[in-house]
Design a protein around this ligand. Structure first.
Ligand code: NAD
Length: 257
């Protein structure tokens, strides 16, 4: 699959692991230039080692916490100045901290909302300012199927992801006439380090898989392909959508018969 992104600069928050790393890997494979924006120096080191080994890879990285709006803007400005105009942003940085609502610490609520919701806005705004000045660009936010329905044990996560879809649609409406498209990808369950960190016991995982009409979890590269398509000119009339990439999880209720 080729999305026509060769030579374009794609910025990826959370680009040093999981879905973001898959976006970076696929984009580089197609000749795009990739800027990783991630808060983990350790993840960045490992990701750069892998990505720089790809033939002809043009990749840079900035250690930035998306919760810090000034740091977000500074990193984006540095990419624009030193690496090239950002034509696509994939806002993938996010965390999951499952916890029963009645026991949830205020800090846990704030952490998840700050990274998953405010961080997406800060990074989209920082890149959007440059794109609007040029009248051209595309942004993809990574939401979740937890943006399309609630999830027990994840009140903060589901609230943050519903918010991501709300801000995505609002930016799409606000910026559509000015040449900047904004869409969300809503992954189902994806096999990434985030999933493995919060992995429930095997019988619960099996029950989760059993609910997916396709009978398996997603690979990160499947989320990357949807993201790169939405960033590409092939999606030139798609704006303000939340694309479920979930193997049919939200299409209905699957039961064995
Ligand atoms: P991951 O943990 O593999 O990667 C997330 C990356 O984000 C890490 O490199 C981490 O260092 C970075 N990050 C975390 N906090 C940050 C911050 N404050 N500033 C900058 N970078 C930060 O996770 P993943 O599974 O690839 O998840 C990526 C996105 O996809 C998240 O928004 C997540 O909510 C969403 N998502 C994941 C799944 C899944 O099943 N894995 C399902 C639906 C949605």
């Amino acid at each position: 699959m080729n999305y026509g992104l060769a030579g374009r600069v794609i910025a990826v928050t959370g680009g040093a692991s999981g879905i973001g790393l898959a976006v970076a890997r696929e984009a580089l494979g197609q000749g795009a230039r990739v800027a990783l924006l991630d808060s983990s120096a350790q993840h960045i080191d490992a990701a750069l080692t892998e990505l720089k080994a790809l033939p002809g890879a043009a990749v840079v990285a900035h250690a930035v916490d998306v919760r810090d709006p000034a740091a977000c803007q500074a990193a984006v400005d540095a990419v624009e100045r030193d690496f090239g105009p950002i034509e696509g942003l994939a806002a993938c940085a996010g965390v999951s901290r499952p916890e029963p609502a009645e026991q949830m610490a205020d800090e846990t609520w704030d952490l998840v909302i700050d990274i998953n919701l405010s961080g997406v806005f800060y990074s989209a705004r920082a890149v959007g300012r440059h794109m609007l000045a040029r009248g051209r660009g595309a942004i993809v936010t990574i939401a979740s199927t937890d943006a399309l329905g609630g999830h027990a044990g994840r009140t903060h996560y589901a609230a943050s992801k519903h918010g991501v879809v709300g801000l995505t649609r609002s930016l799409a409406i606000e910026w559509g006439r000015r040449g900047v498209r904004v869409n969300a990808v809503a992954p189902g369950v994806v096999d990434t380090p985030l999933l493995r960190k919060v992995a429930p016991p095997e019988h619960v995982q099996n029950a989760m898989v059993d609910r997916v009409p396709m009978g398996r979890f997603s690979r990160a590269d499947e989320q990357a392909h949807a993201t790169l398509f939405l960033l590409s000119d092939g999606a030139s009339y798609i704006n303000g959508t939340a694309l479920a990439v979930d193997g049919g999880l939200t299409a209905g209720y699957f039961t064995r018969w």
